[in-house]
Write a protein that binds this ligand. Structure first.
Ligand code: NAP
Length: 281
């Protein structure tokens, strides 16, 4: 595993997402998670109270119960509908209980919704002071929303923006990723494998990607992950339910993408020439 140091915290560049965890056969999925954590160093773990109505947190909790807690970096998220009602503390406590831990490393507002930002910052800061979370951040915030957040008192304590970013969805490169870099906000890319089968296979079946991956000793999927973490300052969380896929996805994932391959990729999967609103799932 390779790591980024962000605001003094060491975070794996690649971690596990848990959206739909529990939907593909619980025992195989938990084995895959254990294997990823223990054998591949995927100790960055992403969950949310929304996933399966708490089931993903519960399953993740059972998997990590036999793991050294201090080695993990657990990301969890509060729903805007709960944040709007000011339920930060009770939602956080319920998530902690389902996870079976006493502190969440990074607690995110899942998306902005109608949440009042100053109130959110104040509540997140209180959770930090109480020791229930170590850091807080946001998800699915576009550049103008980050700017609004940074106008709030203590808004610049935002640790991370978790956003949709992958080889086929590069819109965030236009101004959001540069803005985050400039303001020391960690970008965490979700759905690096394009989330759904149709979108993913458009990339993984593309002869350009197949040939570049083969030349680099990667699979098309591991090339997709390599692409997202290529600058070593963006981290990502992806999901798979099976060990075989996991091994394919991590094959030579930290091998550099040669400049000529990168140029060919960018010719077909173009970086944005203008601003588009941030895509979300
Ligand atoms: N903040 C947000 O709003 C937000 C939104 C979406 C996601 N997320 C987080 O990001 C995580 C990752 O995103 P994601 O789950 O949407 O999508 P993803 O990681 O881009 O793609 C997951 C899909 O890829 C498939 N896959 C993985 N390796 C494969 C392989 N080698 N061959 C074929 N298929 C393969 C998986 O199926 P198999 O199980 O069959 O391998 C799964 O269906 C989520 O789990 C969640 O934690 C956050």
């Amino acid at each position: 595993m390779e790591y980024v140091i962000h605001r003094g915290v060491r975070i794996p560049l690649i971690g596990f997402g848990t959206y739909r965890l529990g939907s593909c056969g619980r025992s195989a999925e938990t084995e895959t998670l254990k294997y990823g954590i223990c054998e591949l160093g995927m100790t960055l773990l992403d969950t949310a109270e929304m996933y399966g109505g708490g089931l993903s947190e519960e399953i993740l909790g059972s998997v990590i119960s036999s793991t050294d807690r201090s080695s993990l970096f657990i990301v969890d998220k509060i729903l805007p509908s709960n944040a709007e009602k000011g339920l930060y503390r009770s939602c956080c406590q319920q998530s902690l209980k389902r996870l079976g831990v006493d502190c969440i490393d990074l607690y995110l507002l899942h998306w902005k919704g109608n949440v009042r930002l100053q109130e959110m910052v104040g509540s997140m800061e209180s959770l930090v002071k109480e020791g229930l979370i170590k850091h807080w951040g946001v998800s699915n915030f576009d550049t103008h929303e980050m700017e609004q957040l940074f106008e709030c008192e203590n808004g610049s304590n935002c640790f991370c923006d978790q956003i949709l970013y992958n080889i086929a969805e590069r819109g965030a490169e236009y101004d959001l990723i540069p803005w985050c870099r400039e303001h020391d906000v960690l970008v965490m890319a979700y759905s690096p494998l394009c989330n759904c089968c149709e979108a993913r296979t458009k990339v993984t079946d593309d002869p350009l990607i197949v040939s570049a991956a083969a030349g680099e000793g990667k699979t098309p999927e591991s090339l997709m992950l390599s692409f997202v973490v290529r600058d070593r300052d963006i981290v990502t969380v992806f999901r798979t339910s099976g060990k075989e896929h996991l091994n394919m996805d991590m094959q030579n994932v930290f091998g550099e993408i040669p400049a000529e391959d990168m140029a060919a990729i960018s010719e077909k999967y173009c970086p944005p020439a203008e601003k588009y609103p941030l895509e979300k799932i």
